[in-house]
Design a protein around this ligand. Structure first.
Ligand SMILES: *Cc1c(COP(=O)(O)O)cnc(C)c1O
Length: 348
């Protein structure tokens, strides 16, 4: 059969297939979702906007609210349909064929994918033996072709974190013509030991910080995140957006979440307390697990990854296996913890 011509680098990507839905008695701990049901006040806010009309293309109300909160101008702020879409827009704005996008590996699976889609080339710097970013090696790998560096803090999937002094030392080594994107999708779970880079925006003219409502605020299904950076960079990001992709409902939900933030951050706190107890239990079982800073933990199972993931599955724990490196397990419902720790004890 005759085939249409597609870009070869896109055709060779593994096709996306949805994972098996978790059986009713399983815990889905594979997507770093927030296990709490949405707040009734947030659900009520979504119902207020009609959907026969297009949304405000610039999500102005949310940008104004966030700009005031972070002490930046409204034009420094861009709202996207999840911060993943802003990563795609930033790469599209900065890099094309022949350009390099540099990041730590293993890190967020979307980084290589979005780089390839933009036609640019990925440069992956191996994590340290402690599973975190090797910032000096990343800085040393910057070349004439580097257009964008992604720093994921805390890092998905290893849950490690870098401190602000470490990040500052890194920024001092990066040429100011190279865009640095600090992806803080999980930063709320790292407080208070790890601080956000947003206060550094005034210091570095080549920095963009990304945040999302998907994880700590529990709005993953609604798709809303934001980026803050220099106005001209964010203007370029706006130029690469798919028009009108942020819905009125997601904006309403984000605004309502900010209204009820204390309640949501209390939940974040409960997740982090549970996370630290799971981490300690795994250490007691003899696992070598890096200290977690996000809402998930990393089991560095190496060549044993498939076997351990299967054993977890037999105990109704659906985790995300990244063979041959390790397994990422989201901290979800408290009821999942006994099953999880029983399985990990058997896997030792
Ligand atoms: C989840 C995640 C995001 C953002 O996801 P959205 O739902 O698109 O906002 C960004 N970066 C990392 C590393 C993530 O894990």
């Amino acid at each position: 059969m005759t085939r249409v011509r597609l870009r070869p680098e896109i055709e060779t990507l593994p096709p996306y297939r949805q994972g098996k839905p978790a059986a009713a008695d399983s815990f889905k701990l594979s997507s770093n979702e927030n296990p709490f049901d949405p707040l009734p006040s947030v659900v009520a806010a979504i119902g207020q906007s009609g959907f026969n009309r297009y949304p405000d293309a610039l999500a102005t109300r949310l940008r104004e609210r966030l700009a005031a909160r972070h002490g930046v101008t409204v034009d420094q702020l861009h709202v996207g349909a999840g911060s993943v879409s802003i990563i795609a827009q930033l790469i599209a704005a900065a890099a094309t064929v022949g350009d390099e996008v540099l990041y730590s590996w293993r890190s967020f699976e979307a980084y290589p994918l979005l780089t390839t889609v933009a036609g640019a080339t990925s440069v992956q710097i191996p994590n340290t033996p402690e599973h975190g970013h090797d910032l000096p090696a990343m800085a040393a790998a910057i070349t004439e072709r580097t257009r964008l560096v992604l720093v994921c803090n805390p890092n998905n999937p290893t849950s490690t974190a870098i401190t602000l002094p470490e990040f500052r030392a890194f920024m001092a080594e990066v040429p100011e013509t190279v865009l640095v994107v600090l992806d803080e999708a999980y930063i709320e779970f790292a407080a208070p030991s790890v601080e956000s880079g947003i206060p550094l925006l005034g210091e570095y003219p080549n920095l963009v910080v990304l945040r999302t409502f998907s994880k700590a605020y529990g709005l993953a299904g609604l798709r809303v995140g934001y980026g803050i950076g220099p106005e001209y960079v964010m203007d370029a990001v706006r130029s690469t957006a798919i028009p009108l992709s942020v819905t009125s409902q997601s904006v309403d939900a984000a605004l309502a979440s900010l209204d009820h933030e204390a309640e949501l951050l209390e939940r974040v706190h409960r997740i982090t307390v549970l996370r630290d107890s799971v981490w300690q239990a795994l250490i007691d079982q003899g696992w070598n697990v890096p200290r977690p800073f996000a809402n998930f933990i990393w089991l560095p199972t190496g060549e044993d990854t498939a076997r351990v993931a299967e054993l977890l599955g037999e105990h109704h724990i659906i985790a995300r296996a990244f063979a041959p490196d390790g397994i990422r397990i989201t901290i979800g419902e408290p009821a999942s913890i006994d099953k999880l720790l029983t399985a990990t004890a058997l896997a030792r």
